[in-house]
Design a protein around this ligand. Sequence first.
Ligand code: GAR
Length: 199
Amino acid sequence: MLNIVVCVSGGGTNLQAIIDGIDAGRITNTKITGVISNNASAYALERAKKNGIPAFCISPKDFQKREEFNEGFLNKLKQLNPDLIVLAGFLVIIPRQVIETYKDRIINIHPSLIPSFCGTGFYGLKVHEEVLKRGVKITGATVHYVDEGTDTGRIIKQKAVEVFPQDTPEILQKRVMEQAEWIILPQAINEIAIKKGMM
Ligand code: GAR
C-alpha cells in the first residue's frame, strides 16, 4: 500500500481527482493518510473531512518564526508517515529539511508545460494569465518530483492542452485542469503505487 499525504492551499479539485481516482480504482493500492493545508479556510479541507480523511491546518501565520513553521510542518508529516507527499496546489515553499527527509518522495502538479511558465511567481491563475499574454497556442500541465529549486525537479508526466483565442485565464485554467491535471496527477500516483508494489 502506498500511503500518501496531500498538501493543499485552495479549492482542492486535484485532491478530489485523487479521492475519485482511488474510489474508482484508477489509482490502485493507495491510501490518503492525511491532508495538510496552510490555509484554514481552504475548501480542500472540507473535501478531506467529507471523505473521512484526517485533515490538518499548519500555517506559517501560527508560528512566530519561519523556522518554527518548518519544524511543525516536518513533524506533522513524520506523524503521518507518508511513502509519498503530493503537492496539489500547495502554495508554500517546501522547507529544505522536508526535501532532504523525503528525497524523491515528493511530487507536484504545475499548471503549464515546464520549463515554460514556471519558477518563482508562477502559480495558480498567474500562470494562465502569462500564457495568454505571451500568446502561445499550446499549454498544459506537468507532474514532477520536487527538489531544492522551484519547479526544477525531474519530470514524471506532461499533457498538452490547446489555448483558444477567446480564453480568459479562468476558462483556460478550467480546461487545463479538466484535460490535463485531473488526469496526469492520478496517473502518476498510480504508477508510483504500482512500482512500490513490485519492490
Ligand atoms: C492547480 O491548478 C495547480 O496546478 C496549481 O494550483 C491549482 C490548485 O487547484 N498549482 C500551482 O500553481 C503550483 N505552482 P486545486 O486546489 O483546485 O487543486
